[in-house]
Design a protein around this ligand. Sequence first.
Ligand code: HEM
Ligand SMILES: *[C@@H]1O[C@H](CO)[C@@H](O)[C@H](O)[C@H]1NC(C)=O
Ligand SMILES: *[C@@H]1O[C@H](CO)[C@@H](O)[C@H](O)[C@H]1NC(C)=O
Length: 496
Amino acid sequence: MLLQLLSVLWEALSLQVVLVFLATFLLIADYKKQIRPRNYPPGPRPLPFLGSTLHLDFKKPQISAQKLAEKYGNVFGLQTGNIRIVVVNGLHLVKEALVHQGEYFVDRPKSPVLDKIFGSLGLVFSNGLIWKHQRRFALSTLRNFGLGKRSLEERIQEESRYLKEAIEAEKGQPFDPHFQINNAVSNIICSITFGDRFDYHDSRFQKLLHLLDEALLLQGSLWSILYDIIPSVMKYLPGPHHTLFKKWGQLKYFVREIIEKHKEDWNPSEPRDFIDAYLNEMAKEDSASSFHEENLLHSALDLFLAGTETTSTTLRWGLLYMAIYPDIQAKVQAEIDSVIGQSRQPAMDDRDRMPYTNAVVHEIQRISNIIPLNVPRLTTKDTTLAGFHIPKDTVLLTNLTSLLFDEDEWETPNVFNPGHFLENGQFRKREAFLPFSAGKRACLGEQLARTELFIFFTALIQKFTFQAPKNETLSREFRIGLTVSPLPYRICAFSR
Ligand code: HEM
Ligand SMILES: *[C@@H]1O[C@H](CO)[C@@H](O)[C@H](O)[C@H]1NC(C)=O
Ligand SMILES: *[C@@H]1O[C@H](CO)[C@@H](O)[C@H](O)[C@H]1NC(C)=O
């Protein structure tokens, strides 16, 4: 009945009417179910559109959630039906949850959308033994294929040469660097995982990068939130959520094809990349049972998506900030010229002698704050946080924004200021700088990402001066997908 009614409404009326209808329906359904556990963190009355409330929070961060934090303190709890969400603010409590009580908060919550796309497989969204085995294997394989080794650094240096050539070909004219940067960054994780890089003119790979970008944007849309709340209804309704699933299907197909190709010319005694190493692991008699082809597909896909979008978004913010702050860009160039010069490739060994550039890279990461509420966690057991009872199966959102913009930690939290990471001209580490999160489930690619950020950024600023196109002002406005990224922009790169 409901379904028929909905499809009729769908045909006849605007989206808004349908949403209001759904909201009312959910409010009634919800109201009946809600029972707050004892000593649960304080918070507002249940909100039927919890997901979208948090979503709105991103767009107008000053409103909604700010009020909640002011009213209820550093830990507040929301409850809708049988879904419980606890938000944690501030360095002390975030570390308490992620590090000291890491064991209790190590899982990822499930959702109908994630289930449909990722199942319980791979690295990012898996739990329990599957996660443990996949993560351990991925970490050690990443290490074997270059993390912390010369060869990886050389790969990034080589890729930054290609990137510089591509940008030079724009001849100082305004252009959108999005997909060139995306391709360059992606090529690093592709080399490690698939054994190959892709040319920037490879139309098939460019199409794939656009697919990934669109899929990640749709992931943060109201449509997928609606699907999470009422999958049984949304399944039958037309809308962009179906496009989302189709795009992920295409991404998986791409990885599956590469795996098939690897199986054809696989030589167990000479693993070339992550996929080969995984095939070796699968062939071992005593390997854990979670090493099967579907997990290979999902681990490879997870590395590809986590290793592409994040670093590339950060670099795009970086170029934007350099064009907005020409004085800071000039100081980075002066340091590059005196430490590296104009001809040699930047290397990781240079970083210790380049405190200013290092501080700028950190400040770009701080202010761009691309994963503001971290990736959600789920409690594995009942526990206590800040004196409150947090039951098993509660979703935990650790607010990284509250660390990266804390007024007690940073001199000028809302201003781009490399001085945050400098003391008497030397680089200064900051405890509240946790863009990669912390604890057992922290970012698996942190070291790789830091290497990529330093070498790509330094190589680009060594070679070019970035400026806003004539008569245009660059905006710091953002869009929200899986990460917070700059709105598409055009920029001019002048060779130095
Ligand atoms: C600027 C770049 C990056 C940032 C800011 C970033 C940030 C994050 C954050 C906040 C998480 C969630 C951690 C948590 O739940 O506590 C995460 C997870 C993850 N990241 Fe990154 N990341 C970056 C680059 C990379 C790269 C280059 C890779 C490629 C190997 C990668 C692979 C992963 C994986 C596989 C996970 C899931 C780990 C797990 O669930 O066990 N990340 N990242
Ligand atoms: C996260 O922290 C920021 C900065 O303190 C705050 O403005 C925002 O409202 C917080 N978000 C949530 C969901 O608590
Ligand atoms: C920039 O603006 C000035 C004055 O408004 C105008 O004369 C000039 O043609 C513009 N240049 C470009 C490249 O649009």
